[in-house]
Write a protein that binds this ligand. Structure first.
Ligand code: GLP
Length: 240
């Protein structure tokens, strides 16, 4: 596990973007695993800037996102489908037909998870971007999710509902369930780039990097992956 500590969010975003751009330059048909949340927004802004200034093309990539809230359709402004369009896809030359997220309004959640797992089985991520929940979750894999899990329906913890409520009008509007890639789907990626920022993540970062490898802290599984880069600002790294 390589840890890069940066001065602030801006530098973290720039460094992490360089790693992703490198993958796309080496392989224009790369499979890119994307994440949502506040952490990767700056990274995406750097991808857009590079696309505009240097012409890095996403025309041939295929994208797979980690997760989606159950019950929010792609037009809902808090859905992860909407997030990806408005923070990245609308501003680069990706073919929208090649962008994939779990469908949060699929009538049969189990069938939707099976569909997504089949897609991932065919398309190993060249790089998977991750954020980190303050309780150590990755994607929406909450504490005690088995390491061999694949895409599944998740009951969000109170901690996550509270953390994510800042983006909704009220906490009652935060969906209680989500569809998420499992830990096994994340670990299948050839490489992983995680972005983490802020003091509220410091405890989880410490556990992830230095703690016991345990489902109680899902991100600790990354210690077992051969090619992980954690890019974190100094606040997130303050307990290392
Ligand atoms: C959400 C997402 C995760 C994300 C995490 C951290 O619950 N499902 O993929 O990494 O929260 O979000 P943030 O970056 O906003 O702190």
């Amino acid at each position: 596990m390589k840890v890069i500590i940066t001065e602030n969010y801006e530098e973290m975003s720039k460094k992490a973007a360089e790693l992703i751009i490198d993958v796309v330059k080496k392989n224009p048909k790369a499979v890119l695993g994307f994440a949502t949340g506040s952490s990767p927004i700056g990274l995406y802004q750097n991808l857009i800037k590079d696309h505009k200034e240097n012409g890095t093309s996403y025309q041939q990539v295929l994208t797979v996102n980690l997760d989606e809230y159950v019950g929010l359709n792609a037009e809902h402004d808090q859905s992860y489908a909407y997030f990806m369009r408005t923070n990245l896809f609308d501003y680069i030359d990706v073919d929208k037909k090649n962008t994939n997220l779990p469908n949060g309004v699929a009538p049969d959640a189990k069938a939707e998870c099976d569909r997504y797992n089949a897609l991932l089985a065919e398309n190993q991520q060249d790089v998977q971007i991750l954020g980190l929940g303050s309780n150590g979750h990755i994607g929406f894999n909450e504490p005690n999710t088995p390491f061999d899990s694949v895409t599944h329906l998740v009951e969000l913890t109170e901690n996550t509902i509270k953390d994510n409520s800042r983006l909704f009008k009220s906490i009652d509007e935060v969906p209680r369930t989500a569809l998420s890639m499992g830990i096994k789907n994340i670990m299948q990626a050839k490489s992983i780039v995680m972005v983490v920022s802020g003091k509220n993540k410091a405890e989880a970062v410490k556990g992830m990097v230095k703690g016991e490898i345990t489902p109680a802290l899902p991100a600790s599984v990354l210690q077992l992956h051969p090619c992980v880069t954690i890019v974190c600002d100094k606040d997130a790294a303050s307990l290392l």
